[in-house]
Design a protein around this ligand. Sequence first.
Ligand SMILES: Nc1nc2c(c(=O)[nH]1)N[C@@H](CN(C=O)c1ccc(C(=O)N[C@@H](CCC(=O)O)C(=O)O)cc1)CN2
Length: 284
Amino acid sequence: MSHYYRLVVSCPDRVGIVARVSSFIAKQGGSITEASQHSDLETGCFFMRYEILADSVGMSVEALRAAFEPVAIEFDMQWSLVDTQQRRRVVLMVSRESHCLVDLLYRWQAGELDCDIVGVISNHDDMRSLTEWYGIPYHYVPVDPDNKQVSFAKVQAEIDSARADCVVLARYMQILPPDLCALYAGRVINIHHSFLPSFAGAKPYHQAYQRGVKLIGATCHYVTEELDAGPIIEQDIHRVSHCHTPTDLVRFGRDVEKAVLARGLRWHLEDRVLVHGNKTVVFS
Ligand SMILES: Nc1nc2c(c(=O)[nH]1)N[C@@H](CN(C=O)c1ccc(C(=O)N[C@@H](CCC(=O)O)C(=O)O)cc1)CN2
């Protein structure tokens, strides 16, 4: 099965970046199978994502990285070059709502998510049997409201022990402390059950019902210290009306949350999401 080298770049915009990078790849015999780019004219930043057929380049990804280094220095790039054969290790976190966890586990087993789910962490024991049915280790880490520091030290130990590349809050209903947000910056994804920035925080569907909205939604975003304010990866909505109850809104919302989180995680795993300040460029 073909695998690819994936180059992701962000740098100050200037004429000649695409020409320089594509000619570098051509000189290595590389076949570019997917190319995306974006110039942010407001900030003067340039973003690029290339997929290159690994077998077309006559060298290892490590050797290609070393060869590309001078180009990156020339253009003051922030960049990554990975081999898609190296699967990412993902830890899921959940509380009592199961729909997102169930959906991700199904999609993973069906091969939709190119990653290894290496663990599930929860502050409740409810999801143990479901998780272990998939052969995935389950870590029950209750959160002591009077000593959250100890609880989240245990969470951190489990994440590090799993050697996680990415953590997904699949309706995990605890606020991660600032030290964990900093430690895992850009690697923790959350699904918020509203169309942010509307209705951040707890119980957004009940807030939406009281407001009389005609659309509800879900938002997949990176987790930051500020609650539900991290860079947005993906969003979607569902139409509602005066006939619907809060229970209806929660039911409609579950379907949106599952789809939005799955797309957001898949795009993150495929390095399609480039964070730029508190926004993202998504080459979907
Ligand atoms: N540091 C961050 N942590 C979390 C974020 C985030 O953006 N930054 N997103 C939340 C998810 N979330 C809504 O999507 C959310 C979760 C929990 C709460 C909350 O008020 N939790 C209470 C405890 C509630 C309980 O015990 O049942 C708390 O943590 O004190 C609000 C919003 C996940 N974490």
